[in-house]
Ligand binder design. Structure first.
Ligand code: NOJ
Length: 531
């Protein structure tokens, strides 16, 4: 699948591993790095090109690793630095690239930098974080809320000031306006690049620059807060979200990673305004190569109209140098199989992800059609869920490898419950079933790998009846029509000439030939070779 004009991160598929839930190798109920190594052959068989591993650094786990206490070491729960090096070596030996998570916006409140910073007002690291006096009446410096509930300011008794945290209070925001912070954090990038990683997924990278003076956010009178803790949810995020200065940092990160060969930056950028979002590529493509495109994951409805509008609007807006990418599931959002309403539509979602133009990022377990787990409230562990009632635990349950008691993930009760459907929805059973969800995903990936039209070809709209989203992918004269039926009715799709079905989401009509039109069954998606 190599074409010298395209980079691996353009033609390849990225697979997200949430290490706590992928594979436990030492029987403590939490996944770890050696566990990932033991499953690399599965990933080769699946056909993905790169893995992105969510944080495995030293952490008190207030946000399950997104609260880092040492950026250059592995938390003992996940293994050791030597385990990481081994993982890198084993992945590379199999041709799999490794992207790691980098969490630049905030550290853990137990990071030595923060411990120093909070020790006294004149500590040299005081200014590494964002400290402010109380207002004269003792109240907080401004009205900002934490996205995880409650105010974004935490009072420090010892030094009699507030510190700022966009996430939980165990995640104080770093002060990127301080050049020492910039130096320390970019040294972290170099540390991992020198070890041989192939790129970074940069956590909430859009938040790094803070508005000078940090004034109150305006209140949004139309907002519907999640609960009484949801201060964040009732404001317009004028001052606590993207600030233009952030691009100075993202450009700098790119200049660093570019010094280390064929690397990639994937950026977590939540921004509804497409024009603002596009700016993260940089004016000349000199910032983030893959700012995550979460649009499909955020759709309020799942039908041909909204999905095609999302893809077409995106395609139309991208400048020539900007390579598209798509995400339909991750460790922060409801599993797509649950979100899109049915397993049949979840198959359509995978066909879309793997045939539309751009780099797909798949989340572990979505290749099995795993559903969002319904976990009783008393068992929730996600701080977001506990504070605001929208838990992310349901998409973080253990990977389902086999039908045994703990799904082949662990030998003991895991940190989050294994889902009941693991007895049949698991890698082992589904690999043996030629019509399973997993078999569909594998076959789609295999087709995508061998067909340049699908992994690097141009994208064009195609005519289709209501309820169907159809598009063409083409390269070097080889043309595919992808037609996705979002309805529960039969639909006749024009081919405008002969065609051969390469794959159907029902996995039962490959090689069927058609002249001029093709009838899609309810909930069916097809990839058709035209001509
Ligand atoms: C985004 C990550 O995806 C999420 O899991 C985490 O809670 C926040 N950033 C804070 O780091």
């Amino acid at each position: 699948m190599s074409n010298p004009q395209f980079r691996w991160w353009q033609t390849g598929i990225v697979y997200q591993i949430y290490p706590r839930s992928f594979q436990d190798s030492n029987g403590d109920g939490v996944g770890d790095l050696p566990g990932i190594v033991s499953r690399l052959d599965y990933l080769v068989d699946l056909g993905v090109d790169a893995i992105w591993i969510s944080p495995f650094y030293k952490s008190p786990m207030a946000d399950f690793g997104y609260d880092v206490a040492d950026y250059c070491d592995v938390d003992p729960i996940f293994g050791t630095l030597a385990d990481f090096d081994h993982l890198l070596e084993e992945a590379h030996a199999r041709g799999i690239k490794v992207i790691i998570d980098w969490v630049p916006n905030h550290t853990s409140s137990e990071h030595p930098w923060f411990l120093e910073s909070r020790s006294s007002r004149d500590n040299p690291k005081r200014d590494w974080y964002i400290w402010r006096d109380a207002k004269p009446d003792g109240s907080r410096p401004n009205n900002w809320g934490s996205i995880f509930g409650g105010p974004a300011w935490e009072w420090d008794e010892t030094t009699q000031q507030y510190y700022y945290h966009y996430f939980v209070k165990g995640q104080p925001d770093l002060n990127w306006a301080n050049p020492e912070v910039v130096k320390a954090m970019t040294d972290v990038l170099r540390f991992w690049l020198q070890r041989g990683v192939d790129g970074f997924r940069m956590d909430v990278v859009y938040l790094l620059a803070k508005y000078p003076g940090m004034p109150d956010n305006p209140i949004n009178p139309d907002a519907t807060p999640l609960n009484e803790n949801d201060i964040f949810g009732v404001q317009h995020h004028v001052y606590d979200s993207i600030q233009p200065e952030v691009h100075r940092y993202t450009r700098m990160f790119r200049q660093i990673t570019d010094q280390y060969g064929d690397t990639v930056i994937v950026g977590e950028v939540w921004e509804d305004d497409l024009n603002e979002w596009i700016k993260f590529y940089g004016p000349e493509g000199d910032e983030i190569q893959l700012p995550f495109n979460f649009r499909l994951m955020q759709l309020k409805e799942w039908n041909a109209g909204v999905v095609s509008a999302s893809v077409n609007e995106f395609e139309d807006a991208l400048p020539e140098f900007a390579w598209p990418n798509y995400v339909i599931g991750n460790h922060d959002r409801t599993r797509p199989a649950t979100r899109v309403g049915s397993q049949a539509q979840a198959r359509i979602a995978q066909m879309l992800l793997l045939t539309v133009r751009g780099t797909p990022t798949m989340y572990q377990g979505d290749e099995l059609g795993m559903e969002e787990a319904q976990i009783p409230r008393e068992q929730w562990v996600d701080p977001w869920g506990i504070n605001l009632g929208i838990t992310r635990d349901g998409c973080r349950t253990p990977m389902q490898w086999d039908g045994s008691r703990y799904a082949g993930f662990s030998t003991v009760e895991p940190w989050l419950p294994v889902q009941a459907d693991h007895t049949w929805r698991n890698v082992e059973a589904m690999s043996d079933d030629p019509h399973s969800f997993l078999s569909l995903v594998k076959r789609l990936i295999a087709l995508r790998r061998v067909e340049p039209a699908l992994h690097l070809g141009v994208y064009r709209r195609a005519g289709a009846p209501d309820g169907v989203f159809a598009y063409i992918r083409e390269h070097d004269g080889r043309r595919f029509l992808i037609a996705l039926n979002f309805t529960f009715e039969e639909k006749r799709v024009p081919l405008n000439g002969p065609g051969v079905v390469a794959i159907s989401t029902h996995l039962d009509r490959a090689d069927e030939t058609a002249a001029d039109t093709l009838t899609l069954r309810p909930d069916e998606g097809v990839v058709v070779l035209l001509g």
